[in-house]
Design a protein around this ligand. Structure first.
Ligand code: MLT
Length: 312
């Protein structure tokens, strides 16, 4: 409060545990970032951050839940590109990402990897391209629903290949990866934050990374662009949101804790091992997230509408 002014509820914020809603299943890529971030942030906030998994409808159930939650500083959402793709993917979206939230800041950028089950015939991406075109919908592609980045990556891949797979949606890429490991599905595009340990242990076939350049954590992995899919790029970004109307002082305090976490060695080392890159300072702010979100809505809307993928 201002010096001499009356004490407000924000003065002793936070005075109990905070919920951080994850829009996908526990154990998956979003969950991994959320749990590590929550652990780091609870050090500076002095309260625990409880991760609450609310999977469903490609992340839109969780975003709807947070848009409608009390704007009291005790409910936040962590979400990725799905926040920006949902308006084009869902004809009836119960929230507007650009107007129904308070923006805290961005966290980290994550590359994706294109994986096949261990015994899928193609040995590399060049062979995979031929195999995919020859087998089309006999190939099962797992994803985490419309609005997941696994869906975005798979959609762009099918477009680039000029073929259609059979899509099998899961509540997150944690169960999707389990299905891939068990040989129940053929292909999955998923974030390095979950896939690196499985790639290193050779439990899956790695066909490539989705960034334009090779990545440090998997230096031998070729990019999809190198293997013939020119310009193919999917980079995952993560933002933290609160319900619209959350007091600016509370958002500022949560943001300060977020920025401190992004310098916490326990958090940064874990992210680096999993291929994630902490965003530059300008993106760690409410304004940095808000303007980025707007640019991503503008970017993906036309691409998704052109692909003609949507839910009623
Ligand atoms: C996605 O596919 O969007 C995410 O990786 C889903 C998840 O975190 O499970």
């Amino acid at each position: 409060c201002l010096a001499g002014g009356p004490a407000t509820a924000q003065d002793n914020y936070p005075n109990h545990a905070i919920s951080l809603v994850v829009p996908f299943a526990a154990g998956g890529p979003t969950d991994v970032v959320a749990r590590s971030l929550g652990a780091a942030m609870s050090k500076t906030l002095g309260q625990s951050i409880i991760v609450e998994n609310r999977p469903g409808a490609g992340g839109t159930l969780a975003a709807t839940h947070v848009a409608r939650a009390a704007p009291d500083g005790y409910t936040f959402l962590i979400h990725h590109n799905g926040m920006a793709t949902a308006p084009a993917l869902y004809r009836k979206l119960p929230f507007n990402p650009l107007t129904d939230f308070a923006y805290v800041g961005q966290v980290a950028d994550v590359p994706m990897t294109l994986l096949g089950r261990k015994d899928l015939p193609p040995a590399d991406m060049v062979e995979f391209i031929k195999y995919a075109r020859a087998n089309g919908n006999k190939i099962n592609l797992a994803n985490a629903g419309l609005g997941a980045v696994s869906q975005l990556c798979g959609m762009l891949l099918q477009e680039a290949l000029g073929t259609q797979f059979t899509t099998i949606p899961y509540a997150g890429t944690a169960p999707a990866l389990t299905a891939l490991l068990g040989g129940q599905v053929d292909v999955l595009c998923d974030q390095t934050t979950q896939t690196i340990p499985h790639i290193k242990a050779q439990r899956v076939k790695l066909y490539g990374v989705t960034t334009l350049d090779r990545i440090k954590t998997l230096p031998d992995a070729s990019t999809l662009q190198e293997s013939g899919l020119k310009g193919f790029e999917v980079k995952v970004w993560h933002g933290v949101y609160a319900p619209k109307g959350t007091p600016p002082e509370v958002v500022a305090k949560f943001n300060a804790s977020l920025r401190a976490a992004l310098q916490d060695p326990a958090f940064t080392q874990k992210m680096a091992e999993l291929g994630a890159e902490i965003v530059p300072e300008a993106k760690q702010t409410p304004a940095g997230l808000q303007s980025w979100l707007q640019s991503e809505v503008d970017k993906w809307g036309p691409i998704i509408r052109k692909a003609g993928v949507y839910a009623d």
